[in-house]
Write a protein that binds this ligand. Structure first.
Ligand code: UD1
Ligand code: CA
Length: 481
């Protein structure tokens, strides 16, 4: 529905006191995105001419994020008068004075609301020619929400806030979702009549609906059965509940798209992730930021994947991977730590207790055990011996090591950067490579081994070691007899 005479107002100016947080409430994240981001995505998907976010508390912090996330969103500043009604009044000032379309109002703390529900409300609203269309749902525990009061004939009568409700009204299980479609002119006129004589001394938006009803205007009420769509987040418990539900829905979406997720309750997937068919996500896996996972890849158990790509049929087990690329068919872990700039080629391996950073590791190259690979470029089909350290830092600056293709380096090497090792070269066990190695050479440090005969027998006389040595010597002597 393009070219709708439609404005969407996102309420985000409240103090969010119940979060007890230095961070603005609407900036708390679920599925890796601030609640405000989820609501703005939904708002923009409606295709209206104007999207306006109302800010006041911690305005600048939210505004600077907004400038990046959604530059086409207008900001309206709420003044010192409090309440959702005042917030909408301030938003209307940001609209052209002659704007006469529909005004959709949503709250930044109702993050699971979807575009389909808003579309359904708009259809109801426009078909009925209503002054306002409200959204409600029935909940088991309505505490904290505004209640929908209906008259004897079942028609909408008014909205009463929890703090203003009578004992009888507190029993009502139908709640106001805080999501509305208004006729712009009727909204303006109703807001002009809203006062602040209530328990919170605020100008309530809900009163605009009650006033319009009192003026015999048409008020439509759409009820949804799915409570989660309208769940509000006022405190951190509700934040965790809504986050868990969104995660369930994200996992469900991927499952329907052909991804195996063994335990969705123990798998957390960012809203920005993208996962191909036949990938398998095992329990304890956290997929954060912008990640892609290829076809048939196996991720988990217990993997943290941040802003990274996993190739087709690759496998990542019990590892922490951030800002990295893992090629098709490659394998990572268990117990690997891939830091930003790691790029593992197809069929390569980063094995157990290996840390990498800014390291381009070629196709088929393996770093199997107990190593640190920092600031390195390694060619294809090379093997880095167990316990190798790329000494990239001289205490002042970082330097690069360049290792060729088909290289075999021995166990327990140190590569003191900057160095290079040519194609097909070898290094011996325990080598400290301080000078570059030519293709095909073998590098080794010559430090001859010296054995001091019977040192243990004389210096550790009577110890278990000495006794074991004596027994071995006696056995050897009897063999040669
Ligand atoms: C509001 C509704 C309540 C409804 C509930 C649904 C009113 C008076 N009450 O209550 O009927 O059941 O939402 O979740 O509207 N905000 C502003 N400026 C303000 C105050 C709030 O922009 O001065 C914003 C907040 O940032 C928030 C939203 O409006 O995003 C709702 O405010 P909140 O204080 O959470 O209202 P509730 O008490 O939840
Ligand atoms: Ca709320």
């Amino acid at each position: 529905m393009a070219e709708k005479r439609l404005a969407v107002v996102v309420l985000a100016a409240g103090a969010g006191t119940r979060m007890r947080s230095a961070k603005p409430k609407v900036m708390h994240e679920i599925a890796g995105m601030p609640m405000l981001g989820h609501v703005l995505t939904t708002a923009h998907a409606l295709g209206g001419e104007h999207v306006i976010t109302v800010l006041r508390h911690q305005r600048d912090e939210i505004a600077s994020w907004l400038g990046e996330f959604s530059p086409t969103t207008k900001i309206a500043d709420q003044d010192e008068l409090a309440g959702t009604g005042r917030a909408v009044e301030c938003a209307l000032e940001a609209l052209p004075a002659d704007f006469d379309g529909a005004v959709v109002v949503v709250s930044a703390d109702v993050p699971l609301l979807d575009t389909q529900t808003l579309d359904a409300m708009l259809v109801t609203h426009l078909e009925a020619g209503a002054a306002v269309t409200l959204l409600s749902t029935w909940v088991r525990n309505p505490a904290g929400y505004g209640r929908i009061v209906r008259s004897e004939d079942g028609e909408f009568a008014s909205i009463v806030e929890h703090k203003d409700a009578t004992d009888e009204q507190l029993e009502i299980g139908e709640i106001n979702a805080g999501v509305y479609v208004f006729d712009a002119a009727k909204l303006r006129s109703a807001l002009g009549k809203v006062g602040t004589a209530n328990a919170q001394g605020e100008k309530y938006l809900t009163d605009a609906a009650t006033i319009l009803k009192g003026e015999s205007e048409k008020v439509e009420l759409l009820s949804v059965a799915d409570n989660w769509l309208v769940a509000g987040v006022n405190d951190r418990y509700q934040l965790s509940e809504v986050a868990a539900e969104l995660n369930r829905r994200i996992c469900f979406g991927w499952q329907m798209a052909g991804v195996t997720i063994v335990d969705p309750s123990n798998t957390w997937i960012d809203i920005r992730a993208s996962i191909d068919e036949d990938a398998v996500i095992l329990p304890g896996t956290h997929i954060q930021g912008v990640c892609t996972i290829g076809r048939g890849a196996k991720v988990g158990p217990e993997v943290v994947l941040v802003d990274s790509q996993v190739g087709d049929f690759a496998s990542v087990v019990k590892s922490h991977v951030t800002g990295s690329v893992i090629g098709d068919g490659a394998s990572v872990g268990p117990f690997a730590y891939l830091r930003p700039g790691t790029d593992l080629g197809a069929d390569g391996k980063i094995g157990t207790f290996v840390e990498t950073k800014n390291a381009k590791i070629g196709a088929g190259t393996k770093v199997p055990h107990l190593s640190y690979v920092g600031d390195a470029v390694i060619g294809v089909e090379s093997n880095i011996g167990a316990g190798t350290i790329f000494a990239n830092y001289d205490g002042v600056s970082k330097h690069q090591s360049v290792i060729g293709s088909h290289v075999r380096t021995g166990s327990h090497n140190v590569f003191v950067a900057p160095i290079s090792i040519g194609d097909g070269a070898y290094t011996a066990a325990g080598t400290v490579v301080r000078r570059s190695v030519e293709p095909g050479d073998l590098a080794m440090n010559v430090a001859p081994q010296r054995n001091i005969a019977d040192w243990v027998l004389s210096r550790r006389e009577g110890s278990k070691a000495a006794k074991a040595a004596e027994a071995a010597k006696a056995a050897k002597a009897s063999e040669t007899d």
